[in-house]
Design a protein around this ligand. Structure first.
Ligand code: COA
Ligand code: AMP
Length: 631
């Protein structure tokens, strides 16, 4: 069936469509229907089904005779190691860890925080939780202790599974001391921790609390898969909102399975047994869906890549991995390609490798700029498919269904809505806008399976953040338009979220940290354009009256403060001390105007501005930092 008919049917015959897709999953008890709408505008999917994610990701493939097929490849240029793990071996490892967790009393609904770098053990830990109905919450390694502590206090895990260390080019990330610091800071304490000791840095274990990964499971009896109801949370994944308190996106089990299974063939055009590679991190939603769950549910081979697009050891690493393992579909963030293009503009390293296995390149996580898409298309000679999604949705809202019906690529657009997504552009009053007009992008409820049913322990925040502004719709937080052919164009965020190297960050969260500096009276953080990372955070600081210190010293302390409190991933390096911030007469800081100034534009002076002279002061303060050029 062509894409257009499938999309229409997914909206007009919602239940029948998703019940058909649900057949790709092995159920312990099949659901009686797809959509449960009795609590609208809160919706749930496949609620009365009984199912297990780990069974669908591992056991069923072993039972079907795929036990010897490679499930997970670990390729780690930063530690110079490579390993392959078959489906049978993966099932054995996962069942053992699950058994050890169960023996400690971890069971259905208990939370387990996972804080690990790109090692296969991270997937083993995620799947072990899924096996026994525990709810995992993976925390990205680039966050500092304080961020980890916030997540511990919100999720209240009974256990934390961590690695001793991670490896970034040129430095070891001390996971275990960061974890210890977080547990000290958090009000909630886990019952125990399991530490995967890496040879690069072995961690000191705290007797009575910490277990060594190997010893912990040495004598464990393997655990069986525990059936869970369709709406049981598979995981919680925290993401940035407008404040420093991250939002705990809940992923319900059954919808997650059904939606990801649909995408593997229809969107990514991958067949069971083929190699699907996502170069991201298990700490992000892209890593959850397409390093761990999607490829395994589908019976494909996934790659856990512990390296960078450049510098590990060079800009040819991605091509080497594609050649070595015969990757058919490759997914990464545009920023990775910008990094490669900068190092190897002519694509000379591309020509050194055999990329004939590759059928398509997928990009997401941030806006894919046309230059980067053209470069990738030209050098790799395969379709480059932009697709748009969010932590909240767990899978693409818009994309190009390469395995169903490849549609013409329009550079600058992530193509068309995926099944179940009724994408609308709304004006401020919530009225749908015609093609070509810019507005807030919203999705008419219900969202399809696999998307968030709520926020962890925060239903009121869920309603307020996503459902209240436009009743009957989910508010994406992105602005853009639809063209005459129904292609979506994503132009900007409508909130204080910025996207730095494909990492989603809250400027509000950074402002909270800066405001805690004793000399800072008032501050603003804005996202400015950066040719490599897409956006970079830039701070503007007003010092308290009477502070006579060297502004450079305060800036350096503020940079350190953000790194210590939020983490290196915030990439906060630039700040300027200014006398005052531009505001409206009602006192609202004019952040969007400052963004334009920093990007070198000359924005119209807002009619509501308190004092227009401040705009020139801001430009003058930013120029020495290399911003606001060409005004
Ligand atoms: N653990 C600990 N620290 C991490 C980390 C991790 N998993 N990931 C990144 N960091 C650190 C980096 O080492 C860097 O630290 P530094 O300030 O000491 O140099 C800092 O966080 C900023 O990282 P990043 O913004 O990623 O910049 P970079 O200069 O290290 O690398 C790219 C630039 C483009 C190569 C890199 O951003 C990249 O590969 N991006 C791919 C994007 C991606 O995977 N996005 C996921 C969503 S799809
Ligand atoms: P995250 O939740 O970290 O995946 O970030 C989601 C946000 O990243 C979206 O709301 C968009 O602002 C942005 N984003 C993701 N994919 C794309 C894309 N293909 N084009 C433009 N922006 C994107």
């Amino acid at each position: 069936m062509p894409y257009a008919d499938i999309h229409t049917r997914s909206i007009t015959e919602r239940d029948a469509f998703w019940m058909e897709q649900a057949q790709a999953i092995d159920w312990v008890q099949p659901p009686s229907k797809a959509l449960f709408d009795d609590h609208a505008p809160l919706y749930e999917w496949f609620v009365d089904g009984q199912v297990n994610t780990c069974y669908n990701a591992l056991d069923r493939h072993v039972q079907a005779g795929r036990g010897d097929q490679v499930a997970v490849i670990h390729d780690s240029p930063v530690t110079d190691t490579r390993a392959k793990i078959t489906y049978a071996e993966m099932r054995e490892r996962v069942a053992k860890l699950a058994g050890a967790l169960a023996a400690q009393g971890v069971g259905m609904g208990d939370r387990v925080v996972i804080y690990m770098p790109m090692v296969p053990e991270a997937l083993v830990a995620m799947l072990a939780c899924a096996r026994i109905g525990a709810i995992h919450s993976v925390v990205f390694g680039g966050f500092a202790s304080a961020e980890l502590a916030k997540r511990i206090d919100d999720a209240k895990p009974c256990a934390i599974i961590a690695a001793s260390c991670g490896i970034e080019p040129g430095r070891v990330v001390h996971y275990k001391p960061l974890l210890d610091g977080a547990i000290d800071m958090a009000a909630h304490k886990p019952d125990f921790c399991v530490i995967f000791q890496r040879p690069q840095e072995r961690a000191a274990l705290i007797p009575g609390r910490d277990h060594d990964w190997e010893a912990f499971q040495a004598d464990a009896a393997p655990a069986d898969c525990v059936p869970v109801p369709g709406n049981h949370p598979a995981y919680i994944l925290y993401t940035s909102g407008t404040t420093g308190q991250p939002k705990g996106v809940v992923r319900a089990t059954a919808g997650h399975l059904v939606a990801l299974a649909w995408t593997m063939k229809n969107l990514y055009n991958v067949h069971p047994g083929e190699v699907f590679w996502t170069a991201s991190d298990v700490g992000w939603v892209v890593g959850h869906s397409y390093i761990c769950y999607g490829p395994l549910i589908h019976g494909a081979t996934t790659i856990v890549f512990e390296g960078k697009p450049v510098g590990t050891p060079d800009a040819g690493t991605f091509w080497r991995v594609i050649e070595d393992y015969g990757v058919t579909s490759f997914f990464t963030a545009p920023t990775a390609f910008r990094a490669i293009k900068r190092e190897d503009p002519k694509g000379e390293l591309v020509r050194e490798y055999d990329l004939s296995s590759l059928r398509a390149l997928f990009m997401a996580g941030e806006r894919a700029d046309p230059d980067t898409i053209h470069w990738a298309q030209d050098k790799l000679g395969v379709p480059v498919i932009d697709h748009w999604w969010q932590t909240e949705t767990g899978w693409a809202i818009a994309g190009n269904p390469m395995g169903l019906e490849p549609l013409p690529v329009k550079v600058g657009s992530p193509s068309v809505p995926m099944p179940g997504y009724d994408v609308q552009i709304l004006d401020e009053a919530g009225h749908p806008l015609p093609a070509g007009e810019l507005g807030a992008i919203a999705i008419r409820l219900p969202l399809p399976p696999g998307t968030l049913p709520t926020l962890w322990n925060a239903e009121a925040r869920f309603r307020k953040s996503y459902l209240e502004h436009f009743p009957g719709y989910y508010e994406t937080g992105d602005a853009g338009y639809l063209d005459e052919d129904g292609y979506v164009y994503i132009m900007a965020r409508t909130d204080d979220v910025i996207n730095v190297a494909g990492h989603r960050l809250s400027t509000g969260g950074m402002e909270e940290v800066l405001a805690s500096h004793p000399d800072v009276g008032e501050c603003a953080v804005i996202g400015v354009a950066d040719p490599l990372k897409g956006q970079l955070p830039l701070g503007l600081l007003c010092l308290n009256k009477g502070v006579e210190r060297d502004p450079a010293e305060v800036v350096a302390e503020c940079v350190k403060l953000v790194r210590d409190r939020i983490g290196p991933v915030a990439a906060f390096r630039h700040a300027a001390v200014v006398d005052r911030l531009p505001k409206t007469r009602s006192g609202k800081i004019l952040r969007a105007t400052m963004v334009k100034i920093a990007d070198g534009e000359t924005p119209p002076v807002p009619a509501t501005i308190d004092d227009p002279a401040i705009l020139d002061e801001i430009a003058a303060a930013l120029e020495p930092l290399g911003f606001a050029k060409g005004r």
